[in-house]
Design a protein around this ligand. Structure first.
Ligand code: ADP
Ligand code: MG
Length: 315
């Protein structure tokens, strides 16, 4: 194998033999993939781009970059309560590098296998390093952003703040002490798409999304779409121990407004709260939906609290 394979060798050697699963009539190799949607389900589709030196350092481990690129896309499916089926990959590389590609493809296909999703096509181009993945899943009970109602309880899954606290470590910035690099890299590059939690709350929740830009900013999207506001008790936030370890006193701030954790934020009608609590999910109530125009009010010890920075925005 050449150390700098050409476009068609890249496709053939690293991506054409991706294992294919359910509903794939024709995968990589023709002008289009041919896919059979499951009967009676809606297709949920979403795309995300990761740009080098914006979403990850260009020098990062290619397997970790691939894992993150696919995981953040799968998180969007989880946020809709959709089961992963297929994905395509648009890969832009500054140059062809067999060793890099091998690690990238291994990381990608290992992640795909773990989540039962098939690579069915893509595009390979030369330019500044960027990875675009489009995922498609199927959903019988989609969870949307516009279903929150006054009185609903607001929940978050898992723990928050770890990925934002890990970012300076991942970026190689100097920090006081000896940060746990492995834990930081896991938190940042290997977010866990909350597919099981989503499936469990599909019949119960009134709205949901995944937290990519920060809890307060993302909950604001639910509120805006639903025409309501939210009151959040910051003491109730499940602050990740890693966030405390890496960011000390700033951990709560990062749990409230740091991004990249890919946990779910969802709302539950009061009459469903007991049912939800019986499921014993890894999720906690952090507040309530109230009347309003899309604002999120965060409270700390009876006082309004304002984040230092709003959620991440590209422009
Ligand atoms: P076309 O010129 O018709 O767009 P391409 O030459 O771009 O076709 O791609 C050939 C085949 O390889 C197509 O089936 C395409 O989906 C697939 N493909 C190209 N790049 C990738 C990639 N990075 N990962 C997976 N499949 C790819
Ligand atoms: Mg093409």
């Amino acid at each position: 194998m050449r150390s700098a394979p050409g476009e068609f060798e890249i496709i053939r050697d690293y991506f054409a033999d991706a294992p294919i699963g359910e509903g794939v009539v024709l995968g990589v190799g023709d002008d289009c993939a041919l896919l059979q949607p499951p009967a009676g389900a809606l297709l949920a589709t979403s795309v995300d781009t990761l740009v080098a030196d914006r979403h990850f350092p260009a020098s990062a481990d290619p397997a970790a970059i691939a894992a993150r690129a696919l995981r953040v896309n799968l998180s969007d499916l989880a946020a809709m309560n959709a089961q992963p089926l297929w994905f395509t990959l648009a890969l832009t590389l500054p140059h062809s590098d067999a060793a890099w590609l091998q690690k990238f493809a291994d990381g990608l296909l290992q992640t795909a296998k773990a989540y039962g999703v098939s690579l069915v096509g893509g595009d390979t181009t030369c330019g500044p390093l960027s990875i675009t993945i489009q995922v498609t899943g199927s959903s019988v009970k989609p969870l949307r952003r516009d279903g929150a109602r006054i009185g609903d309880a607001v929940y978050v899954s898992g723990e928050l703040g770890a990925a934002a606290a890990a970012l300076p470590v991942v970026l190689g910035q100097k920090l006081a002490g000896e940060p746990d690099r492995d834990a930081a890299e896991r938190a940042y590059y290997f977010p866990e798409p909350q597919l099981a939690t989503a499936a469990a709350i599909g019949d119960i929740a009134s709205s949901a999304l995944d937290i990519s830009d920060g809890l307060l900013a993302d909950l604001g999207h639910i509120c805006a779409a639903s025409g309501v506001s939210a009151d959040i008790d910051l003491h109730a936030l499940p602050v990740a121990p890693l966030a405390r370890q890496l960011a000390g006193e700033r951990a709560l701030e990062l749990a409230a407004s740091g991004g990249d954790d890919y946990q779910l934020c969802f709302t539950v009608p009061q009459e469903q709260v007991a049912t939800l609590e019986k499921l014993g999910l890894d999720a906690v109530c952090i507040g309530t939906i109230v009347e309003g125009q899309g604002e999120v009010h965060a409270w700390l010890d009876g006082e309004r609290w304002f984040p230092e920075a709003a959620g991440y925005e590209h422009f």
